[in-house]
Write a protein that binds this ligand. Structure first.
Ligand code: UDX
Length: 446
């Protein structure tokens, strides 16, 4: 099939590459000329396992093309997918200007019947708004062309996006017409083998499904972070509690890891946007508000442990920070807990020495050059000359350090483990003080 993707961010680029991989003719459109130029040179703007090879192979095979020209994109696709960003605007609601700009582009250039598929995360009712926007452009041109709009939210995890796209847990299609469902079923057939993954529903339910999924996952994390804060005070270890509750299949082992709060481009903005939608409809979303509030506070947790250990005197101290990305296997630092930690440390007069396996360029772009920031090229280098070590992102490379060597390198041998990846007894046996998240004993060890 001929498919056009509007937007070459995570969702658009991954979806476009995967659809080309299974034999479709794919055109990717983006208004960012620099980005399209890079893609046309074979450079991938994001770090996503498997993506670069897939983009290269499919470009070489002529199945994947990039352009800034909306008209070319509209002319190319029998299926037109919207995969542009919906960043939060000042009041927390999703900014639809990019989505509606694509809808206008489609309406302006459409010449043949097409199915418009919205993959961007959008408030309930946006499918209808996209439909109206396209219809208004067609009316302005005084033409009648058959088109349909469906909601087809994505559930890609950064770092696993290619896998999630090729082998999804579910494919949600929110459509008003059987014809649209049939067309998308054909498009997704290669990703829907062995058992049925397609769930069809009306567009409004599909739009809410996306928010409900992310809000539920964010709720699990904030709930566990709250339990961790209670565990810390009552002298319990949240890691034991996590195993104890996760073994109940109704709760499950996934997504109940306490830590330094959730970050990334989805959870923070989607929880806020859903809360905003609820309010607009006269409902006060108490759980969503609490999820958000707990997360904000949790992002300060590591700083508070560090401040506690040093008796509030951080001026002149140097803290090594391992991990900047909001989670492993990505270079994405949007809403990353590391940013809150660095900010608080700087405000307190401390210096930081940071290392991340993938996010160093991103850190350079975000922070620029500053005297209180050393961008180091290895985990070891970050620790050299530092007083203490804080682990913020649980990259595999950080899981088994040589604790004895760490004790020798750190001026004040102490580890602040923001992801509970170490065994406190092992760390302490090597002669370092240990603080984790929600591990009652850690406040005593300082
Ligand atoms: C998320 C959803 O998982 C995905 O389905 C949706 O489409 C987009 O948003 P992503 O933002 O890529 O994906 O990251 P995810 O792996 O879900 O992690 C989000 C954050 O939660 C990270 O900061 C992670 O460190 C944190 N997290 C996750 C925890 O703190 N504890 C956990 O148990 C799990």
């Amino acid at each position: 099939m001929r498919v056009t993707l509007f937007g070459t961010g995570y969702v658009g680029l991954v979806t476009g590459a995967c659809l080309a991989e299974v034999g479709n003719q794919v055109c990717c459109v983006d208004i960012d000329a620099a980005k399209i130029a890079r893609l046309n040179r074979g450079e991938i703007p994001i770090h996503e396992p498997g993506l670069e090879d897939m983009v290269r192979a499919n470009r070489a095979a002529g199945r994947l093309n990039f352009t800034t020209d909306g008209r070319v994109g509209v002319a190319h696709g029998e299926i037109l997918m919207i995969a542009v960003g919906t960043p939060p605007d000042e009041d927390g609601s999703a900014d639809l200007s990019h989505v509606l700009a694509v809808a206008r582009t489609i309406g302006r250039h459409l010449t043949d019947p097409a199915l418009v598929v919205n993959k961007s995360t959008v408030p309930v009712g946006t499918t209808a708004l996209v439909r109206e926007t396209i219809a208004a452009e067609l009316a302005a041109r005084d033409v009648t062309i058959d088109f349909d709009v469906v909601s087809n939210p994505e559930f890609l995890k950064e770092g696993d996006a290619v896998k999630d796209c090729m082998r999804p847990d579910r494919i949600v299609i929110g459509a008003d017409s059987a014809g649209a469902v049939e067309l998308l079923k054909r498009l997704y057939a290669p990703f829907n083998r062995n058992h049925e993954r397609i769930v069809t529903m009306d567009p409004r339910s599909a739009e809410l499904t996306k928010y409900a999924a992310n809000a539920m996952l964010a709720t699990k994390i904030s709930f566990m972070n709250e339990m961790a804060n209670i565990a810390e005070r009552v002298g319990a270890d949240i890691e034991m509690v996590r195993r104890g509750i996760g073994s109940d299949p109704r709760i499950g082992h996934h997504f109940i890891y306490p830590g330094v709060g959730y970050g990334g481009s989805c959870f923070p903005k989607d929880v806020q946007a859903l809360g905003r939608t609820a309010r607009e409809h006269g409902y006060e979303p108490r759980i969503l508000d609490a999820v958000e509030a707990v997360n904000r506070r949790q992002k300060d947790k590591l700083f508070e442990l560090i401040a506690h250990h040093f008796g509030g005197r951080l001026s002149g101290r140097t803290i090594a920070v391992w991990g900047l990305a909001f989670k492993p296997n990505t270079d994405d630092m949007r809403e990353a807990p590391s940013r809150a930690l660095l900010q608080r440390l700087w405000e307190a007069g401390a210096k930081v020495r940071v290392y991340d396996p993938e996010a160093m360029d991103e850190a350079r772009r975000i922070f620029g050059a500053r005297a209180d920031l050393a961008l180091c090229d290895s985990a070891q280098a970050a620790v050299d000359g530092a007083d203490a070590l804080a682990v913020v992102t649980e990259w595999k490379a950080f899981w088994s350090p040589d604790f004895v060597a760490l004790r020798e390198r750190l001026r004040e041998p102490v580890i602040f483990d923001g992801r509970n990846i170490y065994d406190p007894a092992q760390v302490e046996a090597a002669g370092l003080a240990y603080y984790g998240i929600g591990r009652g004993r850690s406040l005593r060890s300082g």
